[in-house]
Design a protein around this ligand. Structure first.
Ligand SMILES: Cc1cc2nc3c(=O)[nH]c(=O)nc-3n(C[C@H](O)[C@H](O)[C@H](O)COP(=O)(O)OP(=O)(O)OC[C@H]3O[C@@H](n4cnc5c(N)ncnc54)[C@H](O)[C@@H]3O)c2cc1C
Length: 422
């Protein structure tokens, strides 16, 4: 049973990370997916556990060149609620950490992963799409668009929201919509961000500015994720870039000074999705094939990478004990390992998002009381930060013998010191 064959459907961030993790676990891996990086309209904030995973599969040093450290996060109330709420600031230093993590353009992350997968002799990258999937125990057969047949002990579904693997495995899903669109952009700005991510809570959802890597001709850059109702999104994305920047600067109270838009705006309708099972019929689901919710608190890909780490642990121990990695026992193990983490994040983001959208005094009061408690009670703030970053028990690929400081270098520690003194 050693060197078991695994097919990964989807060459996005979670599919490519799974490929590298499973190759390292001793599997023969085929990735079926289009080898193109997504457009550079949005970024992903990766917390410490995700960075350790990328380090442990050998790609962090390459990705780090495109990533900006995140040392603090602040929430500012812009709902216009009757309760005037204090700003809340979360600092990594309060947890004794050199930083929370790093922000990187999704396109850069996928490009680095893709380059690593292409260079890895243990992985075959099949530049095509999955067309048909047939579980035929003790194997699963996948036909790609170019009519090639692939056979493996396990299929990992990483094709995002419309996952054919999920459908073929007979896994039921529940989908819901939010009356919101996330408008995204890469911004250049006049004032420094000090490695602080700023989230404005508005009546149509959060508007978040996340620090990005500087360029030689653009010393200060940030990623924008601005949730708003669909008609406003249509209106704002039709504006000229300079009019859009003027509206954004007013909304964000000029915290970053004058803004300019780099490249194109992105637009993502907000929805939620949860699955009944994370694995079944020789199939395990990772990333947005298994869960989706609005980008609040940077949970989505961090959760997807925890799927990958949990899956790699199960497949690795199946390899070590010569067991079939696609058996019912393994898919059930995987389901159990992911169920509560995913349910907690999906519900947490949903409640937070809806509390902003509901214009009712009692809801405002509860949200306000929560923010005030976070602003003034340090142990509560630390507990919320720990829960937000990751669960306590992490799979081996997300632990590092050297501790969480390993991914941060001396330059990051110096920036942290400066931010803490601000
Ligand atoms: C505006 C916004 C901001 C976000 N910010 C953050 C953040 O700061 N931090 C964070 O952790 N998360 C964030 N997220 C969430 C994060 O971006 C997603 O969780 C993540 O990109 C999902 O990756 P994935 O690989 O699972 O899916 P995808 O990125 O959707 O990749 C799926 C891949 O599968 C391919 N595919 C589709 N169909 C097939 C097929 N039939 N055969 C083969 N391949 C197929 C697709 O082409 C694609 O390459 C954000 C999301 C949004 C919308």
């Amino acid at each position: 049973m050693g060197n078991q064959k695994v097919i990964i459907a989807g060459a996005g961030a979670t599919g490519l990370t799974t490929a590298l993790a499973l190759a390292q676990a001793g599997c023969r891996v085929t990735v079926i997916g289009k080898s193109v990086a997504p457009p550079p309209t949005r970024t992903v904030a990766l917390w410490g556990a995700s960075v350790r995973l990328l380090d442990n599969i050998g790609i962090w040093q390459s990705a780090r060149a495109f990533a900006e450290p995140l040392l603090a996060m602040r929430i500012l109330d812009a709902t216009g609620s009757l309760f005037k709420l204090p700003p809340v600031e979360f600092r990594a230093a309060e947890l004794g950490l050199p930083g929370f993590g790093f922000n990187i353009s999704n396109a850069d992350l996928v490009a680095v992963l893709l380059a690593s997968v292409k260079a890895d002799k243990r992985i075959t990258l099949h530049d095509s799409l999955v067309r048909k999937i047939t579980p035929q125990p003790p194997f699963i057969t996948v036909e790609s668009d170019d009519e090639t047949l692939h056979e493996a002990a396990l299929l990992v579904g990483a094709e995002g929201s419309q996952s054919p693997s999920r459908q073929a495995a007979g896994i039921k899903q529940r989908q819901w919509q939010y009356p919101q669109v996330a408008v995204t952009a890469v911004l250049q700005h006049r004032c420094p961000h000090h490695h602080v991510s700023t989230e404005f809570h508005t009546r149509s959802g959060p508007c978040t500015l996340v620090p990005m890597l500087s360029l030689p001709d653009a010393p200060y850059r940030s990623g924008l994720v601005w949730l708003m109702d669909p008609p406003e999104a249509a209106r704002r994305t039709a504006l000229s870039h300079s009019d859009f920047a003027t509206e954004l600067e007013a909304m964000t109270q000029s915290v970053l000074g004058a803004l300019t838009i780099e490249g194109q705006l992105g637009s993502f309708p907000m929805r939620g999705m949860s699955v009944e099972r994370f694995g079944q019929n020789r199939t395990m689901l990772v990333g947005e094939a298994a869960h989706a919710f609005p980008p609040i608190g940077a949970q989505g890909l961090n959760l997807g990478l925890r799927d990958v780490a949990a899956l790699a642990e199960i497949v690795s121990s199946a390899n070590a004990s010569a067991q079939d990695c696609g058996s019912d026992a393994m898919t059930q193990n995987y389901h159990r390992s992911r169920n509560s983490d995913v349910a907690l994040r999906t519900a947490g983001v949903d409640v937070l998002n809806r509390s902003l959208l509901a214009p009712y005094l009692p809801v405002d009061f509860l949200r306000g009381a929560g923010l005030m408690a976070l602003a003034s009670i340090a142990p509560l703030r630390r507990a919320v930060m720990r829960v937000g970053l990751a669960p306590q028990a992490l799979p081996p690929l997300m632990r590092a013998p050297q501790g969480p400081a390993k991914a941060f270098d001396r330059r990051d520690a110096a920036q942290n010191h400066q931010t803490a003194r601000r």
